[in-house]
Design a protein around this ligand. Structure first.
Ligand SMILES: Nc1nc2c(ncn2[C@@H]2O[C@H](COP(=O)(O)OP(=O)(O)OP(=O)(O)O)[C@@H](O)[C@H]2O)c(=O)[nH]1
Ligand SMILES: [Mg+2]
Length: 351
């Protein structure tokens, strides 16, 4: 009798389990039916939304961005005389030129010219001609390296001048041109420096190689070169720190970084010294220190949109003998321009 009961109980359990299994399978099947196909077609309205829109360039003109520098020249613009200048007018010219930061030697040369030959086409034109004559350097920027090497642009300068921002802007410009760019976060002095560069890399669609705070900057550059070579990248932009922990020498460190960046497969084709235009003549003395250590090939002059006095461009080229290749006129990606003397001088002096 007991055996019979056991057989009945087992049979009931088997039936219940089978029913449960059937129920679960049918639910799963139903769930699968509601899932969208993996490659569902995009609805038309969404396709319309992602179509590229025409870009609206809302950047103000160079005149407005250089408003502070331009206002310094207001007084010479107001001297409408053509021909010889009175001693008072020469004093005004001298004061304006010195305030504009062009430097003593450029100011003296221009005054001498005005005293001797006058200003047959007006004072603003005489100054324009003189400034343009002293801004005649070759400003070409090298983008290619020797066969099989990866071109590197190295950025040096003291802290806060705008190195990381300039790299971000240039990365954006280069990727817009269709180039593939690798950023090397060689400022390992503080973690925030790599985060800042990461933001720019994301914005520009550039690759980035970074390491933890305190890591050896040389090894970051070395890894970036390896990555660039493996991925056939067009350009490596290398950031560096503007300061060092106590007792270590920034310039020695830079010379070391440069050697690493210039070792195969890398080749440093441009070393940009970044200078803050708002620091005026101080920028010049800072620059002198970097020149020997870093073998600088071009200057990037930032913050010309601020309280800077544009004449510093002239003083820098005259004193350092190194061309200004880019100027920063704001904090956005578009606010970096290849330096063009005629457009620059016109925006300071045109009526
Ligand atoms: N108005 C203006 N601000 C700028 C320009 N270039 C950089 N800046 C600002 O200057 C500040 C410092 O710029 P960074 O790029 O961090 O300078 P850095 O040389 O990398 O500084 P460290 O990493 O500390 O050595 C930031 O707030 C930038 O947005 C410019 O052309 N115009
Ligand atoms: Mg930086």
């Amino acid at each position: 009798m007991i055996v019979l009961w056991i057989i009945v109980a087992v049979a009931v359990a088997v039936v219940v389990l089978a029913a449960l299994a059937l129920l679960v399978r049918s639910r799963r099947r139903r769930a699968r039916v509601v899932l969208a196909p993996e490659r569902a077609a995009m609805p038309d309205v969404l396709v319309t939304q992602v179509a590229p829109r025409p870009e609206i360039d809302d950047s103000p003109g160079l005149d407005r961005r250089l408003a502070s520098s331009r206002s310094i020249f207001d007084r010479v613009r107001s001297i409408t005389i053509v021909g010889s200048l009175t001693p008072d007018q020469l004093d005004v010219v001298e004061e304006v030129l010195l305030r504009s930061d062009v430097g003593v030697s450029t100011t003296n040369a221009l005054l001498e010219e005005l005293r001797t030959n006058g200003a047959p086409e007006g004072v603003a034109t005489a100054i324009r001609t003189a400034l343009l004559a002293s801004l005649s350097a070759d400003r070409s920027v090298r983008t290619t390296a020797d066969e099989g090497r990866v071109p590197v642009w190295l950025f040096v300068g003291v802290n806060g001048v705008g190195k990381t921002t300039t790299i971000g802007k240039l990365a954006w410009h280069e990727t817009q041109e269709g180039k593939s760019v690798v950023l090397a976060a060689g400022d390992t002095f503080r973690a925030a420096a790599s985060d800042q560069l990461q933001l720019w890399a994301d914005r520009a669609g550039a690759d980035i190689v970074r390491a933890a705070e305190g890591a050896d900057p040389g090894s970051v550059i070395h890894d970036a070169l390896g990555r660039a070579q493996a991925r056939h990248a067009d350009l490596v932009l290398a950031d560096t720190a503007g300061r060092r922990a106590n007792n270590t020498n920034l310039l020695d460190e830079l010379a070391k970084i440069r050697r690493v960046a210039d070792r195969e497969p890398g080749q440093v084709v441009e070393t940009f010294m970044v200078l803050d235009a708002t620091t005026g003549q101080n920028a010049l003395s800072q620059a002198q220190e970097f020149l020997a250590a870093a073998d600088v090939t071009g200057i990037v002059l930032t913050k010309l949109d601020g309280t800077a006095r544009g004449g510093i461009v002239v003083a820098i080229e005259r004193e350092l003998g190194i061309p200004v290749k880019f100027v920063g006129v704001g904090e956005r990606a578009k606010d970096l321009l290849a330096f063009e003397p005629a457009a620059f001088v016109d925006s300071l002096l045109s009526a």
